[in-house]
Design a protein around this ligand. Structure first.
Ligand code: NAD
Length: 266
């Protein structure tokens, strides 16, 4: 049976860990060639090795880039197009949650800027260069390949809900990802370029587990989760795969929530 991303090419940022890693593994299993972008090149290389072992029929290429730097994002997109001949899926997923005391009174300007540069500006650069590349995609109807593509931007449940534990810069950056994605989706809809935000709930990945670094903090967070557990990265990867594939061909401009019911809770 052909894979759900057969013949397609994908670029995933933050591919060395958590959601990005699980998505890269899944996209490759479903037939996509994958460019694995991470500022941590060791982890990107490990991911590429793992993927090549499991999915030897696709290409998995690690690439070191800091998504907050436009030239590095542009270079990653150029490499994907050079290696794969096209770019159908861009998953702008890399992000940070700084452990600093991040509230309105204490957050330092440098923490605000760092967070915005990676979580928001990094997504802008990713969208900008993805859109340029997707406009040029060659058409091969026999393989289901057309111009356009799917861009998925990782936001967060905090983009739509207020968190009592202050993460001001993080929350603001994720809210802006939602707004930017929605607008870009409208602007580029008629070019066949779909853009959706993915809104994860609290997950068992290094990003959150390092932040909730004691059992007490984890238990306090668990009380608010309707399912009584943290999500797994692969549960987000499954949603990203759906948004990346042609199965979601009439879905654009959404904030796709994968949060174990958290955003419906009272
Ligand atoms: P993670 O820490 O496991 O993985 C993040 C990856 O991004 C790492 O490999 C890291 O090296 C990479 N990265 C960080 N800064 C980068 C940069 N400047 N350039 C390139 N790569 C960079 O985290 P995760 O939980 O998989 O998070 C992925 C995304 O999901 C993030 O945008 C995060 O904000 C979002 N998110 C996570 C949760 C959660 O609970 N874990 C909840 C909501 C949203």
């Amino acid at each position: 049976m052909p894979g759900r991303l057969q013949h397609k090419a994908a670029l995933i940022t933050g591919a060395g860990s958590g959601i990005g890693l699980e998505s890269s593994i899944l996209f490759a299993q479903e037939g996509a060639n994958v460019l694995l972008v991470d500022v941590n090149f060791d982890n990107a290389q490990k991911a590429a090795k793992l993927i090549q072992e499991r999915s030897p029929n696709v290409k998995a290429i690690p690439f070191k880039a800091d998504v907050s730097k436009e030239a590095e994002v542009e270079a990653s997109v150029a490499l994907a197009v050079k290696e794969f001949g096209r770019l159908d899926v861009v998953f702008n997923n890399a992000g940070i949650m700084h452990p600093a005391d991040d509230n309105a009174l204490n957050t330092e300007e440098r923490i605000w800027d760092l967070t915005m540069n990676i979580n928001l500006k990094g997504v802008w650069w990713g969208c900008k260069h993805a859109i340029k590349a997707m406009r040029e995609n060659p058409t091969d109807a026999s393989k289901g390949l057309h111009t356009g593509g799917s861009i998925i931007n990782t936001a967060s449940f905090v983009a739509i809900m207020g968190a009592a534990t202050p993460q001001l810069a993080y929350t603001a950056s994720k809210g802006a990802v939602l707004a930017m994605t929605r607008e870009l989706a409208m602007v580029h809809a008629r070019e066949g370029i779909r853009l959706n935000s993915l809104c994860p709930g609290p997950l068992k990945t290094p990003l959150l587990m390092d932040f909730l670094n004691t059992d007490e903090k984890k238990q306090r967070r668990l009380v608010h989760l309707p399912m009584g557990r943290f999500g797994e990265a692969v549960e987000l990867a499954n949603a990203a795969l759906f948004l990346a594939s042609d199965e979601s061909s009439y879905i654009t401009g959404t904030d796709f929530k994968v949060d174990g019911g958290l955003s419906s809770a009272y």
